[in-house]
Design a protein around this ligand. Structure first.
Ligand code: SAM
Length: 274
C-alpha cells in the first residue's frame, strides 16, 4: 500500500504499511494499519502510539516499574491507555480493582476490534472503564489508589490537561505511587521539561529511560513519583517480581534499576529544574 510517515519538524519516521484497517476523525484522528514489519499499528493525530512488535517495550516499562515500587498494589488507576496494553500489564500483579479513565471511547472500540493487544484485559471483571477527561476524574474523585499510571498521548488538544500542574497536584492527593510517560527528552525537550517541572505535590520524583524503536528516534522517558521514599533496591524488586510470578518480554528487575542511570545531558536537564 505504501508508507506511513510520522512527520516532525526536522525528521520523519517512515513505516511500510500494507493495509489500512480503520480510520475515524471524531475527538482524535485515529488510524490503524497493518504494517509489513511491525504488526498492527495505532496512530493518533499523526503520532504512532504503538506497534504490536514493540508495544511491550513501552507498556512493560510504564507499568512494572511503579507496580513493583509499591509493596502491595491492590487498587490501580490508569488515565488514558485506551488500547488496553497498560491494563493488561497491571493485571499481571493481581490487583483487586483497576479503573481506566479514557477520554476517547473510539480508541477503545477500534483497538478492541482491530488490534486486540489488551488480550481480554478490558473485559476483565476487576476492570471498570470510565469515559471522561482524566483531569476531571482525579479532581472530583473521593477514591484513593495505590498506584496511578498516566498512559497519555503526546501533548495535543485532548491530552494537554494531563501535563498541567493542577493535574499532578490532584493526582498526588489520591495515590501512593504515580507514574507517567514523559516523551523524548532528546527530541521533545520542552514537553519533557514541562512535565517534570509541573509534577508537583509529591515528596520524590525520579526520571528513568527506555527505548521504544517506533517512537520518535527511539529514546523514551518516564517519571515515577511518590509521597514516600521511592524504592530502588534490586533485591526488593526481584523478590516482588518473583513472588508475583510476572512474565515479561522486555522488562527485568535488573533493567528496572539500570533504567534510572541516565546520561549526563539528561541529569543536567533535571538538575536545572530541581
Ligand atoms: N503509548 C502511547 C504513547 O505514549 O504514544 C499512549 C497510547 S494511549 C492510546 C493514549 C490514550 O490517552 C489515548 O487513547 C487518548 O485518547 C488518551 N487520552 C488523551 N488525553 C486524555 C485525557 N485528557 N483523559 C483521558 N485520556 C486521555
Amino acid at each position: 500500500m505504501g508508507w506511513f510517515t510520522e512527520q516532525h519538524e526536522h525528521f520523519g519516521l517512515k513505516i511500510r504499511v500494507t493495509k489500512k484497517l480503520f480510520e475515524s476523525k471524531n475527538l482524535q484522528h485515529i488510524q490503524i494499519y497493518e504494517t509489513s514489519g511491525f504488526g498492527k499499528m495505532l496512530v493518533l493525530d499523526g503520532a504512532i502510539q504503538l506497534t504490536e512488535e514493540d508495544e511491550t517495550f513501552y507498556h512493560e516499562m510504564l507499568v512494572h516499574v511503579p507496580m513493583l515500587t509499591h509493596k502491595n498494589p491492590k487498587k490501580v488507576l490508569v488515565i488514558g491507555g485506551g488500547d488496553g496494553g497498560c491494563v493488561r500489564e497491571v493485571l499481571k500483579h493481581e490487583p483487586d480493582e483497576v479503573v481506566m479513565v479514557e477520554i476517547d471511547k473510539d480508541v477503545i472500540n477500534a483497538c478492541r476490534k482491530f488490534i486486540g493487544i489488551d488480550k481480554g484485559a478490558l473485559n476483565d471483571s476487576r476492570v471498570s472503564i470510565i469515559n471522561e477527561d482524566g483531569i476531571a476524574f482525579v479532581k472530583n474523585t473521593s477514591e484513593r489508589f495505590d498506584v496511578l499510571i498516566v498512559d497519555g498521548t503526546d501533548p495535543n488538544p485532548v491530552s494537554k490537561s494531563l501535563v498541567e500542574k493542577s493535574f499532578y497536584e490532584a493526582c498526588s492527593k489520591i495515590t501512593e505511587v504515580f507514574n507517567t510517560q514523559s516523551q523524548s527528552p532528546f527530541i521533545q525537550k520542552d514537553f519533557f521539561r514541562d512535565i517534570y517541572r509541573n509534577m508537583v505535590g509529591f515528596r520524590e520524583k525520579r526520571v528513568y529511560l527506555s527505548y521504544v524503536p517506533t517512537y520518535p528516534l527511539g529514546l523514551w522517558s518516564f517519571i515515577v513519583a511518590a509521597n514516600s521514599k521511592l524504592t530502588l533496591d534490586l533485591h526488593a524488586i526481584k523478590q516482588r517480581f518473583g513472588e508475583r510470578r510476572i512474565e515479561t518480554k522486555h522488562y527485568t528487575p535488573e533493567l528496572h534499576i539500570a533504567s534510572f542511570t541516565v546520561p549526563r545531558w539528561v541529569e543536567k536537564i533535571v538538575k536545572e529544574l530541581d
